[in-house]
Design a binder for this molecule. Structure first.
Ligand code: SAM
Length: 236
């Protein structure tokens, strides 16, 4: 992968960037995504944010290599701290856990109003859906895809009715699995949740050998609850 040829995962993220927008890619690493988005004429300009010095320097190098210094601004800092309120129309955050992405959004809440969010969690997309729901964001699109044997989710959100697309009876399962993704139920979706079920059932089996404690009981009930939710969706 480089800034001319992106992974299918990052291409999917880019496909939701509005034309001619100013974007911020947070946790940009090599800045492949912002360089590509600008070179392809999708974003008018971009900010690449990085908190770690090494990746920040790789981003600077990549921008220089592509002579994009006037369009891609590389900034060192934590999450959305690198932005001024209202500075960008679209924020991408990809390749991190959902809990970290949700905490970055929570910490920089005042910077994200009116922007489109395109989020690609590697795990725990549920943490992001819960954050969006609690903070008045509407989930406008979701995608799930497989690349090199790994399954990725992409969530797109804009300020709006957070309940849109969710139903009262199904909300818990929809937060876990995605209201749009569960509706579509495509092959990567079925594969992901079948794998999760297998893992959870193996954990339950191992628990049978462990000494019974209140914490163990809580964990078991949590797993049994999730297994029921997921099986119901897969069996529809
Ligand atoms: N976004 C790229 C992608 O999807 O291929 C790179 C993903 S890389 C696994 C995660 C990057 O996020 C790392 O370079 C890490 O330093 C950066 N990162 C982690 N926490 C961050 C934070 N709070 N603020 C900015 N960058 C962060």
């Amino acid at each position: 992968m480089n800034s001319e040829k992106l992974s299918k995962r990052l291409e999917t993220v880019v496909s939701y960037i509005p034309k001619n927008s100013t974007i911020a890619d947070i946790g940009s690493d090599h800045a492949y995504l912002p360089c590509y988005a600008v070179q392809a004429g999708i974003a008018a300009s971009a900010i690449a944010g990085e908190v770690v010095k090494g990746p920040f320097e790789s981003a600077l190098k990549q921008v220089k290599l592509n002579a994009l210094e006037n369009q891609v601004d590389v900034r060192l800092g934590d999450g959305l701290d690198v932005l001024r309120p209202g500075e960008v129309d679209c924020i991408t955050i990809a390749g991190m856990g959902g809990t970290l992405i949700a905490s970055i959004l929570e910490k920089g809440k005042n910077k994200v109003e009116n922007a489109r969010l395109i989020l690609q969690p590697n795990v725990s997309a549920v943490s992001i859906r819960v954050w969006l729901m609690d903070n008045g964001w509407s989930l406008t699109n979701e995608e799930i895809l497989e690349e090199d044997g790994k399954i990725y989710e992409v969530l797109v959100a804009e300020k709006g009715n957070p309940e849109a697309g969710y139903s009262r009876e199904d909300k818990e399962a929809q937060l876990l699995m995605g209201p749009i993704l569960s509706q579509e139920g495509n092959a990567p979706f079925r594969k992901k949740w079948t794998q999760e079920l297998t893992q959870w059932k193996a954990i339950l089996k191992n628990m049978e050998q462990a000494e019974e404690t209140p914490a163990l009981e809580e964990r078991r009930n949590d797993l049994l609850g999730k297994i029921k939710l997921v099986e119901e969706v897969l069996n529809r």
